[in-house]
Unconditional design. Structure first.
Length: 273
């Protein structure tokens, strides 16, 4: 036997690999834990512990806050092992992947919507599971956050005096998110928004009436002016006719006078010897 002969490495059993992975995970060494779970899956893909190793890999991603990879891993678990007793847990964690990435109330709420959807799927499929109880609490939190987001947008419109849009948002909260802690505030805003809408509508009607009255007055003034112009034209024409008549009469009288004078002059000449 040679002391320089390298001995073959001892192959770990599925149990040993899973145990080491779990130990590393509990000690917070998530990446190292994931490596043991991955080895278990690769070396013993058909072993029953390979199923739990798949879940261990997903948990390792989640604990390292790599939520996109964790989502994929949890979803794969529910797809490949749909009858496994840990499916409710995987569904809950899938919802939590979205929940942990929820943004501020004034940002995009896609993750919030996705989180609520995943929790509701869990409750619908496994209503008796202890994870469904946890999911129901998260659903309430999601609804509260959704209501706060709607209120944020509604209040923004309210401050911009876009009362119709604001009222729509406030009414959504009252209708879809009752009992989340915003009832009294939303009720107050709805009442005040309706008052401002009514005042806005009255002001609008008053402006329309004033504009209509102004248009009617302008139209009437235009008609009166047209009549005056027509009357003036008619008066001018009449005056012209009268002037022409007077001139004609004067010319006639002048002609008659001239004729009489000529006749008189003719008579005098005839009488002279």
């Amino acid at each position: 036997m040679s002391f320089f002969t390298r001995s073959q490495p001892v192959r770990n059993t599925p149990e040993a690999l899973y145990s080491r992975g779990t130990s590393e995970y509990q000690n917070g060494n998530y990446k190292k834990a994931q490596s043991f779970y991955t080895r278990l899956k690769e070396e013993y893909p058909l072993h029953e512990l390979s199923v739990l190793a798949t879940l261990g890999i997903a948990d390792s991603y989640f604990s390292r806050k790599e939520y996109a990879d964790a989502q994929t891993a949890y979803r794969d678990f529910t797809t490949f092992y749909p009858t496994n007793e840990n499916v409710p847990y995987a569904l809950y964690q899938l919802g939590m992947c979205h929940f942990m990435e929820i943004e501020a109330v004034d940002r995009d709420q896609t993750e919030l919507i996705n989180a609520r959807r995943e929790f509701e799927k869990l409750v619908a499929r496994f209503p008796q599971s202890k994870f469904s109880i946890l999911a129901e609490k998260k659903i309430r939190e999601c609804k509260t956050k959704m209501a706060e987001h709607e209120f944020y947008i509604g209040n923004f419109y309210y401050k911009q005096k876009k009362y119709a849009a604001a009222l729509q948002r406030f009414e959504v909260i009252a209708r879809e998110y009752p009992g989340v802690g915003l009832d009294l505030k939303v009720e107050s805003y709805i009442e005040e928004t309706k008052k401002r809408l009514e005042a806005e509508e009255k002001s609008k009607q008053l402006k329309e009436e004033k504009a209509r009255a102004k248009a009617e007055a302008k139209e009437k003034a235009g008609a009166n002016a047209e009549v005056k112009v027509q009357d003036k034209a008619e008066a001018g024409e009449k005056e012209k006719v009268q002037t022409e008549g007077s001139e004609a009469k004067a010319k006639t009288e002048e002609a008659v006078t001239k004729s009489d004078a000529e006749i008189k002059d003719g008579s005098k000449e005839a009488a002279t010897p």
